[in-house]
Design a protein around this ligand. Sequence first.
Ligand SMILES: [Zn+2]
Length: 264
Amino acid sequence: MCPGCLSTSDCVSSHLVAKSIYKRYLRAGELGPVKMANGKIWPTDHQLQAKLLCFRCEGILSRKGEDWLAERLCTWERSFPLFETLTKFAPEVSEDGFSLWSGAKNPEIDCDAIAHFAIGVFWKASVYAWTAGHIELGKYAEPIRQWLFDGGQFPTKVTVRVVVSLPENAQIILAPPYRVTRANAHWYCFYIPGMAFEMGVGNLIGDEEKLVCLMHNSLRPIIRTDELTGRIQELGVRTFRESEQTQSYERFKAKRNRLLGRSG
Ligand SMILES: [Zn+2]
C-alpha cells in the first residue's frame, strides 16, 4: 500500500531526501560526508532509497517542492541561487548573528515549495524503517500526510523553520532527519547543501515558535542564525579533517579532489 494516498497502487523507488538533489550532487561528485549521532561518519553518497510511494505520490512531492528547490541549493563553487534571490531584499530583522527575511515579500521565492519539500522529507522519514533518518511522528503523521497529498489544512501543532547559511559558510552535506531534544516539543532536523530544516510537533508549540515558522507566520520567514550554522559545521566535513577519517571519507575526498583538479 502507498502510505501517501493509502491506495493499493504499486510503489516506485523513493529517496528519503529527494532524487533530484542526489542526482544533481552525485553527478558532480560534490556531497560531503556528515557525522551521525552514533559517532560514525556517514558518506552522503549512500543514497537512502526504498520502494515507498506510488508513482502519483512521488510526482506530487517532486512537483510541489523538490524540483523547485533542488536547483537553488549551494554548490562547492559557492553559487547559492536561493540565497542570492533572498538577499535581493533587505532582511526584516538583522541583529547579532540572526537575520530574518520575508519569503512572502519576495516574488521569486516559492515558500510553498520549500515547505512542501521540508515537510515531505520529515514525513517520509516517519513512514519507513530507514537505516538512517527514521523518526517517529505518532499522531502528527496523519494530518501531515493529508496536507502533503490531499490538500488538507496545515496542522496547527506543527511548526517548520527554514535556515540558510551564508554561501561561504555553507556545508555541502546531506544529513537525514534526526531528533533533537528540547523542552517544549519534539523537534527534528535535517540538512541539505546550504540549508537546514527544523520541524517541531506537539501541544506546546506556542506563539514564539510560530514567529519564525514558514507556515504559521504570514511573512513566511526564512532565517539565518550563527548558532545553527555552528551546529551544521560541527556535523560537516570540515571538523573531520584532523580527526578519525573513514575509508568512505577518504574515497569521497579523492573523488572530489579529482573533480576539482586538486591534489591532497
Ligand atoms: Zn500514493
